[in-house]
Structure formats: structure tokens, C-alpha cells
Design a protein around this ligand. Structure first.
Ligand code: ADP
Length: 335
């Protein structure tokens, strides 16, 4: 059986009357790469800051490597490498000085030179080892941030929005690096980008307004939210009649006109029942009515749609769970 590396049970973090994290529970197994996905303000950083011991919490239990993070704060800190959203870099230091500084701070006992060189090889910053951090590109600086998290060889890496602000090439590099690190680390990373999770994570925990609304294998997330299918079709002909034709097709749930880009064609969004491919009947119906179909493409589900469908679906469960929180007599941690 997979060893549990992180276990969170009914975690609550309140600021006054505002819940930043509102009764979340989840477990991360050894070697998993878990994506924490949610819009800004969802509670991702708060949860990560709590796991890393940088932030206290209101109630609940958090265990890392089987140890309670309050009772075993020192041991837990040694198990975790953390890259906060704003990496704690000293811009006037060289990479070498900075990593040595972090090495001392973490009171490492490995062979210093060998350990730091190994990290630099893994994150591919050996070529800038003697350079001043402030002079490096953002992609390099982010990798230096990841390097500091790796000092001390922690089993768990917590990466808060690791690709934010990077250009597309740097994003690909950092994602590849995370996948490589995932071979021998347990990783939680937060992001507000769905494609990021799909590119790197085994599993996704979707968090919205301080609550978990989905916890699934990455490959299952699309089917979990797929529901009805939508396609965009560009059709020539009078809007009212075209809409009537579309809505009469078996399997079509809805059809709406969304834009007119040239004189004689209009774009429609057509939603069909789950599992029904309406492309052929659509083509036949339009051909029969002599309304030429000049463009057809699937409409992907955006992050907003994923959220809306998940949040809506979970609303009743959310209400009943709230009661469980108030009944719990969990560890109260003072601010
Ligand atoms: P995310 O990382 O998902 O963007 P955060 O964890 O930073 O979200 O924030 C969750 C919620 O908690 C937000 O509504 C935020 O405004 C609130 N929050 C975070 N820190 C504080 C604080 N120090 N005081 C009051 N509210 C806070």
C-alpha cells in the first residue's frame, strides 16, 4: 500500500469571521504529484502555508510523514521543501552564496559542495552558479527558487504557482523539471491553470472558496465535468430559421447564436446530450434546408466551466458538511 505523506483532516483557517479554508480533508500518497487548482482567493496558498508550518490554523489536523505538524514542527520542516509564490531570493547574492546560505539555514549535514552541485545539475542552473541572482532571467530565478527548496533533500515539495509570470518556453522547462522531480518526491503544486495540472499532475484537488469541490485522478477530471458536449458551428442562412432547424435535431439540447463575423454567416453554440455525436445529423439537416455549414469545431470546457459545474453540483453536500465542523473539538491554534 502507498505510504501517506500528507494527511489533512477537517482543516479550517479563519480570519475573523472569514473562512480562508473551510473544512478540507485530503491525503497525499508517497510519490504523487498533486495539483491544487483553484481561482485566486480559493485558499490554495493558505493551505500550503499551513502544511509548511508558516501559518497557524483554526482547527483540524495536519500530519506530514505521519507526524503532527505542531507537535513535530522541526521534523516536519525538514521533510518539506517549499517554493512560496514569491520565492525568498536575495537579488544581490550570487546563486552560489545564496544556496550556501540556505544550506546553513537548514543546518544540512550532507557534503556541502556535492549536494549543492547535484541540485544545480537537476534544476539546470550550474551555468549561472557564480552569477548574481538579480541579473538572471525570471525562468532561471524560478529554478533557483526550486533549488533552495531542494536543499536538504526533502521528500516533499510544495510549490506555490511555480510557473506564474514565466514565458511559454520557461513554463515548459519548469513543468519538465517538476515532472523529473516527481520521480523521487511527493509534490503538491498550486495553480489556477487547468492545463498546468493536466501537463504535470497525477491527481487534481479543485478548491473553491475554501472548500474542496473535486479530488480526482487527472485523467478523470475531464470526464467528471464533461456532461453535455458543445460545438461551435458557422452557418449561412437566416438566424431564426437556422435556429429552428438546429433545435429540431435529435440529441440537441440547446442552440444559441453567438456572433456574426461576416455578412452571410452566423456562429452558433450547439449543446448536445452526453455521448451523442450530432455532427452527421447536423450536416444532413442543414444541407436539406439549404443552409451551408462552413465551419465546425468542438468548444473546450474552460476552467470557469469546470468550476461552475463542480461548484454547482456540490452545493448541497457543502451545506451538510458545515455542521460536522462545528461539532468537532479539534486542536485550536492561536494566531
Ligand atoms: P489562493 O492562494 O487560492 O489565491 P489564499 O489562500 O491566498 O488564496 O486566500 C484565501 C482567502 O483568504 C482569500 O479570500 C484571502 O483574501 C483570504 N486571506 C488570506 N490571507 C489573509 C489575511 N492575512 N487576512 C485576511 N484574509 C486573508
Amino acid at each position: 500500500m502507498q505510504t501517506q505523506m500528507i494527511h489533512i483532516d477537517h482543516l479550517v483557517k479563519r480570519y475573523g469571521s472569514k473562512y480562508a479554508v473551510n473544512d478540507i480533508s485530503f491525503t497525499v500518497g508517497e510519490g504523487e504529484i498533486v495539483g491544487f487548482l483553484g481561482p485566486n482567493g480559493a485558499g490554495k496558498s493558505t493551505t500550503m502555508n499551513i502544511i509548511t508550518g508558516y501559518l497557524s490554523y483554526t482547527s483540524g489536523t495536519v500530519e506530514v510523514g505521519g507526524l503532527d505538524i505542531i507537535d513535530y514542527a522541526y521534523e516536519v520542516k525538514k521533510m518539506i521543501g517549499y517554493l512560496p509564490e514569491q520565492p525568498p531570493l536575495y537579488n544581490d547574492m550570487t546563486v552560489e552564496d545564496y544556496l550556501n546560505f540556505v544550506y546553513d539555514l537548514k543546518k544540512c549535514t550532507f557534503n556541502r559542495k556535492k549536494h549543492l552541485m547535484e541540485i544545480c545539475e537537476v534544476v539546470r542552473i550550474a551555468d549561472v552558479y557564480k552569477r548574481v541572482i538579480g541579473h538572471l532571467s525570471k525562468g532561471y530565478r524560478q529554478r533557483v527558487g526550486i533549488a533552495q527548496a531542494l536543499v536538504g533533500n526533502p521528500k516533499i515539495l510544495i510549490l506555490d504557482e511555480p510557473t506564474i509570470g514565466l514565458d511559454p518556453r520557461q513554463i515548459v522547462e519548469v513543468r519538465n523539471l517538476i515532472r523529473t522531480l516527481g520521480l523521487d518526491h511527493t509534490i503538491i503544486l498550486s495553480t489556477h491553470i487547468l492545463s498546468e495540472v493536466q501537463a504535470v499532475c497525477d491527481r487534481v484537488i479543485i478548491i473553491s472558496r475554501g472548500k474542496i469541490v473535486a479530488d480526482k485522478r487527472t485523467e478523470d477530471i475531464a470526464t467528471a465535468v464533461e456532461g453535455n458536449r458543445r460545438i461551435s458551428a458557422k452557418i449561412c442562412g437566416p438566424q431564426k430559421e437556422v435556429l429552428q432547424t438546429l433545435r429540431a435535431i435529435t440529441g440537441v439540447v440547446s442552440a444559441e447564436a453567438v456572433g456574426q463575423h461576416d455578412a452571410d454567416s452566423i456562429t452558433y453554440i450547439i449543446e448536445s446530450q452526453q455521448g451523442v455525436d450530432i455532427r452527421k445529423p447536423l450536416f444532413s439537416a442543414l444541407a436539406k434546408s439549404n443552409y451551408p455549414l462552413i465551419g465546425l469545431e468542438p468548444v473546450g470546457m474552460g476552467l470557469e466551466d469546470v468550476f461552475l459545474s463542480l461548484v454547482d453540483a456540490k452545493e448541497p453536500a457543502t451545506k451538510s458538511r458545515r455542521k460536522t465542523v462545528s461539532r468537532r473539538s479539534s486542536t485550536e491554534v492561536k494566531e
